[in-house]
Design a protein around this ligand. Structure first.
Ligand SMILES: *Cc1c(COP(=O)(O)O)cnc(C)c1O
Length: 297
């Protein structure tokens, strides 16, 4: 893969020094997957890697995927398509939308992604329905990646993060990640690591089963899914979250966005303050990227 040179891998990892963590007697490391690439950020690269390799090997005509108007997954996929010279097709939820409806969609269009805007009903059918290909007229040799990019190949790519962390001499007791579809959490669990997953959606108890689908019962026991740090739901934020993000950014010089990484980091600080972690615990928080979707808060 010639274009690997464009990606900063392995991503940086370093200890996050903070009085809150010192007082709690824990060590927190931060894995800067946000620095892998400005557009193919964080976990989206890890999740796309083996899908891309597989599609190239099969000489697929196009990579096809799904998402909403603010999908970091489609954003990353569009740039992957341009860099690796493979056509990309994105099905976007909402037939009232167009390529100008969001900065994400404008980026996708600029990168050459073919965009289709489909009704919410058709979207729900999407890759689950055998009629989908027929309905959309997709050629047989297109490579379908599910919404959010989570599949077995994605899990394998995510799992490689543990190799990078551990060859840097860090042995985390717990990996901390935000969870949207839960694919990132599942990839780490599939490598037998303990994972604290911070759900960014409301009523995200269903993620437990979604994640368990990918892993063994023993691996499931290593999952700690937190569903109380959604701040109102997906994409929602409150004054408390905004001011936390500002304080973190000025203390550490590292940006967080409001959809995923801000909520994960808020949870980590909150739990540390409450004495949730045994003293002596080593945690590895993953900065999963997404900064292109950061709002001025
Ligand atoms: C997509 C995304 C996630 C969620 O990852 P899942 O594997 O779907 O749980 C987390 N953080 C960022 C920045 C993302 O773009």
């Amino acid at each position: 893969m010639t274009k690997y040179a464009d990606l900063k891998l392995p991503s940086q990892v370093f200890q996050l020094i903070d009085p809150v963590f010192e007082q709690a007697g824990i060590q927190v490391y931060l894995k800067r997957d946000d620095l892998i690439h400005p557009a193919i950020s964080g976990n989206k690269w890890r999740k796309l890697k083996y899908n891309l390799l597989h599609a190239l090997e099969q000489k697929a005509e196009a990579l096809v995927s799904f998402g909403g108007a603010f999908s970091n997954h489609l954003y990353a996929l569009a740039t992957v398509g341009r860099l690796w010279k493979i056509k990309t097709i994105g099905f976007v939820r909402g037939d009232e939308l167009g390529p100008e409806s969001s900065a994400t969609l404008r980026h996708c269009a600029r990168e050459g992604m073919e965009l289709h805007f489909i009704s919410r009903t058709a979207y729900r059918e999407k890759e689950k329905s055998p009629e989908f290909r027929h309905f959309t007229g997709l050629p047989a040799n297109t490579f379908l990646i599910p919404e959010g990019g989570t599949n077995a190949m994605a899990l394998r790519g995510v799992g490689e993060m543990t190799d990078e962390v551990e060859s840097a001499g860090i042995q985390p007791d717990i990996y901390v990640v935000p969870a949207g579809t839960g694919g990132t959490a599942a990839g780490l669990l599939a490598r037998d690591r303990k994972v604290l997953a911070v759900a960014v959606l409301k009523n995200a108890g269903f993620l437990q089963r979604d994640i368990e689908k990918w892993i063994s019962p023993q691996q499931s026991e290593r999952l700690d899914l937190l569903t109380d740090y959604h701040f109102g739901g997906y994409g929602k934020h409150t004054e408390e979250l905004r001011s936390f993000i500002h304080r973190f950014e000025s203390a550490h010089g590292i940006l967080l966005e409001q959809v995923y990484t801000g909520k994960m980091m808020f949870a980590l600080y909150d739990l540390a303050k409450r004495g949730y972690f045994a003293r002596g615990t080593t945690l590895l928080a993953v900065h999963t990227g997404g900064l292109q979707g950061k709002l001025e808060l």
